[in-house]
Unconditional design. Structure first.
Length: 195
């Protein structure tokens, strides 16, 4: 039962943190390619990126393990991310600028370039998620695997939704607010060592 809870923690964390990133990924993938094969290559790059972010998160979590009051620090970092997303003019201006730059640069994208762009796009928008994942990975390695499993399954769900329902995603309102509320709840749970 404890393992299932760890899996659910990872799954919910990825859903919460991935909600605002999906806003960025959806129009970029639509502007780069309309073919299913092209979308699949781009999403493959995104998958390699999530693996990289998870590895960074594990190293960061192991670093945090040595620090006293690690749960308070992790909770504080989660709150800082929530504040940044709430007052996200800087974040979204950067994302919009990045999105416009990609749209200008791409004409006929080849396989490797599309794979690389999928990796870079996901990494650029998901690097802040490292703090969220790290706060959940403040456990021994045998337990981290279940949290990572939840993150990966949620990532596959996100990729599936981006691949198939990109137009519907764009119509969802208040995604940032939902993300902020979710991060605050995560910060409280981590701070009080409930998760």
């Amino acid at each position: 039962m404890n393992y299932l809870i760890l899996f659910i923690e990872g799954f919910i964390a990825k859903i919460i943190t991935g909600m605002d990133d999906t806003l960025t990924h959806t129009p970029i993938i639509s502007s780069l390619t309309s073919s299913k094969k092209g979308k699949l290559v781009f999403i493959s790059g995104m998958f390699f990126s999530i693996l990289t972010l998870i590895i960074i998160s594990i190293f960061f979590a192991n670093f945090l393990q040595r620090i006293p009051y690690k749960h308070i620090i992790a909770a504080g970092l989660l709150l800082i991310i929530a504040i940044f997303i709430f007052f996200d003019k800087v974040v979204h201006k950067g994302r919009k600028r990045y999105q416009k730059k990609i749209k200008k640069e791409i004409t006929n994208v080849k396989f490797l370039r599309l794979l690389f762009l999928g990796f870079i796009t996901f990494f650029a928008t998901g690097i802040d998620d490292v703090i969220v994942y790290s706060s959940l990975l403040l456990k021994e390695f045998s337990l981290q695997i279940f949290v990572v499993g939840g993150i990966l399954i949620a990532a596959f769900l996100e990729f599936f939704i981006i691949f198939n329902f990109s137009r519907a995603i764009a119509k969802i309102r208040y995604k940032e607010r939902i993300t902020v509320i979710g991060l605050i709840i995560l910060a409280i749970l981590v701070g009080f060592q409930i998760i």
